[in-house]
Structures are given as structure tokens and as C-alpha cells.
Design a protein. Structure first.
Length: 174
């Protein structure tokens, strides 16, 4: 790889890192080519930028971004996943893929300039997606209105049931 190729890789990864919400670095030692292809396909489907980059180039690429804190931990064969749209997407990808492929092992997680350990992968992966978060917010906002509508509707309903009970009582007496 010549200098121009290296510069292109560094600028590409740096551009992605500047826009990403979170990053996960995982060791892929022992995965077959077919397994790596499957991982890359899943990454494309979920909006995750996935790249195997030499550590020295990756260190240069994340310099000056929120993921600069990952530089010291970049040792060994690493694959870096950047979440483009959803902060938990890269974590979900690595978590789900490592369930079936034990050789993929999370080494570092970074969110908003904070370096987290591999144990935090589960917590980041369990974050709701944007659509799920909006849905939860709307349900929370809608619940008091639903309860108010049921309460307001109950007053005339109770009156109707009371009048119907009095009518039934009078018809039974007659």
C-alpha cells in the first residue's frame, strides 16, 4: 500500500468518525472470510460503517474526533464499527454477531468522546432506536389524555346505567 492509498483510507475513516454517534472496536481473529462477509453484509443493512484498518492508520483517522480516546487500545487485529444513524447500531451488530461467532470479541466501546469497556456493549446495544424512542415518548404523552377521556366518559356512562337500573326496577315491580 503506497502513501496515497494510506492517506485515502485515513481521510475516509476520519470523515466517517467525525459524523458517527458511537464506535465499537472488536477483535476478529479466527473469523473466516465467509463470516467476515456476513458481518459486512449485516453492517450495510443496519447503517453501520465497518472497516478493517491498520491500527496506525486508525489512530491517525480518529485523531481530532470524539473517538480519539480509543487510540491507546488499538492493538491487535481490530475491526472498527461506527454507528452512522443510531447510537446503538454498531453495538447491536457486534453483540448479535458475537452470539453465533464467539471469535468476534469486543475490545472497546466509545460514545460521545467517552471510552467504555467491553462490558458496556450490552448497555449500548439495548438503547432504543430513534423510532422506538419516539414511540415511547408519544405513548407517555398520550397516556394522561387517554385516562382523562375515560374519566370524562365515565360520568355520563354511570348516569345512563343508573337510569337503566331504575327503569328495570320499576318494570319488575309493575
Amino acid at each position: 500500500m503506497n502513501l496515497e492509498d494510506k492517506k485515502a483510507i485515513v481521510s475516509e475513516v476520519a470523515a466517517v468518525a467525525a459524523q458517527a454517534h458511537s464506535a465499537v472496536a472488536a477483535e476478529y481473529r479466527g473469523l473466516s472470510v465467509a463470516e467476515m462477509t456476513e458481518l459486512r453484509q449485516k453492517a450495510r443493512d443496519t447503517g453501520v460503517y465497518l472497516r478493517v484498518v491498520k491500527n496506525s492508520l486508525a489512530r491517525r483517522a480518529v485523531q481530532g474526533t470524539d473517538f480519539e480516546c480509543m487510540q491507546e487500545g488499538m492493538v491487535g487485529p481490530l475491526i472498527i464499527a461506527f454507528s452512522q444513524e443510531d447510537p446503538g447500531a454498531a453495538a447491536r451488530l457486534v453483540k448479535d454477531f458475537s452470539k453465533d461467532h464467539k471469535k468476534l470479541e469486543c475490545k472497546m466501546v466509545s460514545v460521545s468522546g467517552q471510552l467504555l469497556g467491553p462490558a458496556e456493549l450490552e448497555r449500548l446495544a439495548s438503547m432504543p432506536t430513534r423510532d422506538q424512542a419516539i414511540s415511547m415518548l408519544m405513548a407517555t404523552m398520550k397516556a394522561p389524555l387517554d385516562k382523562f377521556a375515560r374519566t370524562v366518559n365515565e360520568v355520563p356512562g354511570k348516569l345512563v346505567r343508573t337510569v337503566a337500573a331504575i327503569r328495570d326496577q320499576k318494570q319488575a315491580a309493575a
